[in-house]
Design a protein around this ligand. Structure first.
Ligand SMILES: [Zn+2]
Length: 302
């Protein structure tokens, strides 16, 4: 870590890459698909200290990143709606969010670190067997999903019961994607998914089946499709940005270490905000790497 209290000034670079972190279980003990509550807290602290700030995945997709100058967006995703991600515990006559579950830890950290942000996407499984069916407290499923939706968290499509989409015919793929939304709508009326995380990273035989369609009278449309691996993701302003093939970084010790170190050693690769949401600041000579830029004004750094 840094020796002094003074963080290094980071040059704005809004064509740099970002991390979309992928968590599975928040539980003990630590293993390949499990991050302990302690380690999750430490992840958040490491991100904070290094100038990363939470941004909603949908804001990243929309290119609406408004962060202070010198900071970097990071997105959190939680797959498979396992119990340790979001648990209520009883206190007196009321249910409160368990401070040791993923959401409880995230919210406490956000409260204690104003400016860190508070955002995450939960890729839930409405039709899986326990313990992965909507965080495994059936009587509280509605309350949980409504809480997430009302508090600005994103609920994402992960299929009805974790179907490996590459193995199925079109009708099954569409049924899995539409039914997941229909089942979530039983809890949050009218809720529409915007993004899909592919179970096991498996694309269906035709990409279009995953992008949009209809089954049993329920239409679905995904603005982005997330993979299970692939490293850091492009800036939403980059020519290489491909919303239907968004890579993620698995938030396990090795991979997280790798990428935090990577950006420490290669600061020019990292997305760094210019502090002005109406401009896109890029390094000198790199405007050719811009994709179709929206309404924002491009500023080339000298
Ligand atoms: Zn999964």
């Amino acid at each position: 870590m840094l020796a002094g209290a003074q963080a290094p000034a980071r040059e704005p670079n809004e064509l740099g890459r970002v991390m979309i972190l992928e968590y599975h279980k928040i539980d003990t003990p630590e293993n390949r698909w499990t991050r302990t509550p302690e380690n999750f807290k430490r992840d958040l602290a490491r991100l904070w200290e290094r100038g990363y700030r939470l941004v909603a995945l949908t804001d990243y997709l929309d290119g609406k990143i408004s962060l202070p100058a010198g900071t970097t967006p990071v997105m959190l995703t939680f797959d498979d709606s396992s119990p340790g991600q979001f648990r209520y515990i009883q206190r007196g006559n009321d249910w409160v969010i368990d401070p040791e579950c993923g959401l409880g830890i995230l919210e406490a950290f956000a409260r204690e670190h104003p400016g860190f942000g508070r955002a995450a996407t939960f890729y839930v499984l409405p039709g899986a067997n326990p313990p992965n069916r909507l965080f495994n407290q059936p009587e509280l499923a509605t309350r949980k999903l409504q809480y997430l939706a009302s508090q600005g968290y994103e609920i994402g499509n992960h299929s009805l019961w974790h179907a490996e989409l590459g193995r199925y015919p079109e009708s099954t793929v569409r049924d899995q994607l539409a039914s997941a939304q229909e089942w979530v709508q039983r809890h949050v009326p009218g809720y529409r998914f915007r993004t899909l995380a592919l179970p096991m990273g498996s694309y269906p035989k035709q990409l279009g089946w995953a992008v949009s369609g209809e089954a049993k009278g329920m239409a679905y449309k995904h603005d982005a499709i997330l993979m299970v691996a692939g490293g850091a993701a492009p800036s939403p302003f980059a020519k290489t940005f491909d919303p239907y093939h968004l890579p993620r970084i698995q938030a396990v010790e090795h991979d997280l270490d790798y990428w935090l170190t990577y950006f420490d050693r290669n600061p020019g690769e990292r997305y760094v905000s210019d502090g002005d949401a109406s401009t896109i600041t890029v390094a000198s000579g790199s405007t050719g790497k811009l994709g179709a830029v929206r309404s924002a004004r491009v500023v080339e750094r000298r």
